[in-house]
Design a protein around this ligand. Structure first.
Ligand code: 5GP
Length: 182
């Protein structure tokens, strides 16, 4: 099963997914392709496949992406090959921006779409400040994007407010398990 975890930048998608994967070894994370530079500690082929603009464009032209999007000046995409290999009882979790989600749903209608929502906009702004790896311009752009992204929530199957990490992970996990049992 393909599970898409999406929501505004800074809402905590990566943290929620990391905790989910830590708890449940039967879940796997899809590794996206990006043109942004690795952050300290990030490893190529584990966190992302880090590629050049030219490489990314070439892979678009070759039709290798299930979806791709531009987020804050960098390109991110999910390779079709990583989704096609998923077996029915496998759980592959995608952490992607809200624009990419609907494309996945179109190609893989069985995908489970989960939207993470911040408790309120102030909290979202605080989290972005804490991240500390963006310039003020990039941060302002991300905050603006966060407001706009909230309008996409309706395209998803479930909306979960990320108030406390543990609770959010419990809820997301129970959604996944209940859908798997159907
Ligand atoms: P970051 O640079 O902080 O790792 O990610 C920035 C944004 O890009 C996040 O909202 C993240 O979910 C999104 N993102 C990561 N991988 C993909 C992908 O493959 N496709 C799309 N559409 N967005 C992605």
């Amino acid at each position: 099963m393909i599970v898409v975890v999406s929501g505004p930048g800074g809402v905590g998608k990566s943290t929620v997914v990391a905790e989910l994967l830590r708890r449940y070894p039967d879940m796997q994370r899809s590794i996206s392709v990006t043109t942004r530079a690795p952050r300290p500690g990030e490893v190529d082929g584990i966190d992302y496949h880090f590629v050049t603009e030219e490489q990314f464009t070439d892979w678009i032209d070759k039709g290798l992406f299930a979806e791709y999007a531009n987020v804050c000046g960098h390109r991110y995409g999910t390779l079709k090959s990583s989704l096609e290999a998923v077996r029915p009882q496998e759980i592959l979790v995608l952490t992607i921006d809200i624009h990419g989600g609907p494309s996945i749903k179109r190609l893989f209608p069985g995908a489970l779409m989960i939207f993470l929502k911040p408790p309120d906009v102030m909290e979202l702004e605080r989290r972005l400040e804490c991240r500390g790896s963006e310039t003020p311009e990039e941060m302002a752009e991300r905050i603006e994007l966060g407001h706009y992204e909230m309008t996409f929530a309706k395209d998803y199957d479930y909306m979960v407010t990320n108030r406390h990490l543990e609770t959010t992970v419990d809820i997301v996990d129970s959604i996944i398990r209940s859908v798997l049992r159907r």
